[in-house]
Design a protein around this ligand. Structure first.
Ligand SMILES: *[C@@H]1O[C@H](CO)[C@@H](O)[C@H](O)[C@H]1NC(C)=O
Ligand SMILES: *[C@@H]1O[C@H](CO)[C@@H](O)[C@H](O)[C@H]1NC(C)=O
Ligand SMILES: *[C@@H]1O[C@H](CO)[C@@H](O)[C@H](O)[C@H]1NC(C)=O
Length: 420
C-alpha cells in the first residue's frame, strides 16, 4: 500500500506518480450577492420535441443503455451561458473571464453508448416546470458547489433565482415567479462533523477531527426539507485527521502519532460516505425523497506535481479508453460504488420504497476531460502555506461539468432511468 507520504500545504497530496490532488481551499464563498435581474438573455432554446426522452425513445433499463458509459462528441451549440449571462460563477472556475485561450473545451457533449440512449442537454424550461414545488440540495465541498453553480447557470436562460444565506455554510437559491423551485447548497466538505484541532498539525497543514458516524448537522438537520439530495465528497480527505466513531478515537489518517493506528483516508471516506447515505436512507422517516451519490471527480495534473510544474493544458477531450482512473481516486471510486450498493439496499428496506437512491457515476466521463479545468485561468490569491499555480481540480464554467446536470436531469426526471 502506498504511503500517504507527501502531504503538502493545506493537505494537498502528490503521490509518486504525476497524478496529484489539490483539495478545495476556500471555506466560505464571500462574493457579492447575486444581482437579481430580469434581463432576458437571447440564448437559443432547444427546439421542440420532448425534452426528456420518454420510455419510447430509449431503451429504459435495457442492458445497453447506461448514461455513464459513452464518449464526448462535438456540440456546436454550446455554451448555453457565459460569464456575462451567469452571475454566480465563482472566480476559481470563471475561465472565460480569466482568459482561457482555447474555448473549444466548451463545445462537447456527453453521448452515452447505445442506440436510443441519448442524453439530451438540460432543457431549462422543462426542468423548472418539472421541479415546481421541489427542493434540491447539493451537499459537499467546492466541487459540489461547482456542480450547483453549473445548474444555476444553465437555468439563467429562463429564470434568475433570489439568493439568501441562512448561514455561511448554507446558501439558498429560490426561483419564484411561478416556478417555486429551490436549490440549496451546504458546505460539508467531509459530510460528517469535523473540527480543526491543530492549525499546524503533523505536516504544517492542520489536523482535523472527523466524527465518522455523525453526519454534519449543517445539512443533516435539514434533510426533511429536501426532495432531492446530491451528496459528494472526497477532496478534503487528503488532510491529516483523527478518526472518531461513537465518540471514541479509532485511528487516524496520516497523523504520525506512534500510538494511533493509521486507518488511511480510504477508511475515512468510506465511513463518512456510509454515514451520509444513512442520513438519507429514510431510516428515521425524515427524508422521503431521492438521494444521489456523485462519484469522485478526477484531478488531472500532468508533467509534474500540483504545486510545482503540473498542469492541465490539453485542448481536446481524450477519446474513449485513452485515459483511466488510477491510484487513490480509483480506490475512492470503488468504495463509493460499494457503499452506494449497501445504502441502496438499506434504503429500500428501511423506507419501504419511499426513498430512491441513485448513483451518479460521472467519473468515467470526467477522466476524459483534462482539457476542461481552469489551469491558471481563474481568479486566485495565494494563501499562506498554499500556493496552487494551476487548478486542475475544479471545472471551468461553462464547460464539461454542465454534463453533470444533463445527467442529473435525466436521472431525476426520466421515470425508471438506469435500472440496476
Ligand atoms: C467576461 O469575460 C470577458 C473576457 O472574456 C470580460 O471582458 C468580461 O468583463 C467578463 N464579464 C464579467 C461580468 O466579468
Ligand atoms: C412552493 O412549494 C412548497 C413546497 O412544495 C409549497 O409548500 C408552497 O405552497 C409552494 N408555494 C407556492 C406559492 O406555490
Ligand atoms: C498517545 O501518546 C501520547 C504521548 O505519549 C499521549 O499523550 C496520548 O494520549 C496517546 N494517545 C492515545 C490515543 O493513547
Amino acid at each position: 500500500m502506498r504511503a500517504m507520504a507527501l502531504l503538502l500545504p493545506q493537505g494537498g497530496l502528490c503521490s509518486s506518480s504525476s497524478r496529484c490532488v489539490v483539495p478545495a481551499v476556500s471555506l466560505v464563498l464571500l462574493v457579492a450577492l447575486l444581482a437579481v435581474s430580469n434581463t432576458y438573455f437571447a440564448f437559443p432554446l432547444r427546439g421542440g420535441g420532448a425534452p426528456y426522452p420518454s420510455a419510447g425513445r430509449r431503451r429504459v433499463g435495457g442492458a445497453g443503455c447506461d448514461i455513464f458509459r459513452g464518449e464526448w462528441v462535438p456540440d456546436p451549440d454550446a455554451p448555453y451561458y457565459t460569464n456575462d449571462t451567469c452571475t454566480v460563477i465563482h472566480e476559481h472556475y470563471d475561465c472565460m473571464k480569466y482568459g482561457k485561450p482555447d474555448l473549444g473545451f466548451m463545445q462537447w457533449r456527453w453521448r452515452p453508448d447505445g442506440d436510443g440512449c441519448d442524453l439530451p442537454r438540460l432543457d431549462p424550461a422543462s426542468f423548472l416546470a418539472a421541479m415546481s414545488g421541489k427542493t434540491i440540495a447539493f451537499v459537499g465541498d467546492s466541487l459540489a458547489r461547482n456542480h450547483m453553480h453549473s445548474l444555476i447557470c444553465l437555468l439563467t436562460r429562463v429564470a434568475q433565482p433570489k439568493t439568501s444565506w441562512p448561514s455561511s455554510k448554507h446558501v439558498v437559491y429560490h426561483y419564484g415567479g411561478g416556478y417555486n423551485f429551490t436549490v440549496v447548497n451546504f458546505w460539508a466538505p467531509y459530510l460528517v462533523r469535523h473540527e480543526l484541532v491543530d492549525p499546524d498539525g503533523p505536516v504544517h497543514t492542520g489536523l482535523w477531527n472527523l466524527y465518522l458516524d455523525e453526519p454534519d448537522e449543517v445539512w443533516a438537520a435539514h434533510v426533511g426539507e429536501f426532495d432531492y439530495a446530491v451528496v459528494s465528497a472526497s477532496s478534503w480527505f487528503y488532510r491529516p485527521s483523527m478518526l472518531y466513531e461513537a465518540g471514541r478515537l479509532v485511528g487516524c489518517h496520516h497523523c504520525l502519532k506512534p500510538n494511533v493506528t493509521d486507518l488511511t483516508l480510504r477508511y475515512a471516506l468510506r465511513m463518512a460516505t456510509r454515514a451520509a447515505l444513512l442520513a438519507v436512507s429514510g431510516r428515521d422517516g425524515r427524508f422521503r425523497g431521492t438521494a444521489v451519490l456523485r462519484t469522485v471527480s478526477p484531478s488531472q495534473y500532468e508533467g509534474g506535481e500540483w504545486n510545482k510544474d503540473g498542469n492541465c493544458l490539453r485542448t481536446r477531450p481524450y477519446r474513449r479508453g485513452e485515459n483511466s482512473l488510477q491510484g487513490i481516486e480509483l480506490d475512492f471510486h470503488t468504495l463509493q460504488v460499494e457503499e452506494f450498493a449497501a445504502a441502496e439496499k438499506e434504503a429500500t428496506q428501511a423506507s419501504g420504497g419511499a426513498v430512491r437512491m441513485m448513483l451518479m457515476d460521472t467519473t468515467e466521463a470526467m477522466i476524459l476531460r483534462a482539457d476542461a479545468h481552469p489551469s491558471k485561468y481563474r481568479g486566485w490569491t495565494p494563501e499562506k502555506y498554499f500556493t496552487v499555480y494551476h487548478d486542475c481540480v475544479h471545472w471551468c464554467l461553462p464547460g464539461a461539468v454542465d454534463a453533470w446536470n444533463d445527467m442529473l436531469a435525466h436521472l431525476l426526471l426520466t421515470p425508471q432511468s438506469r435500472q440496476s
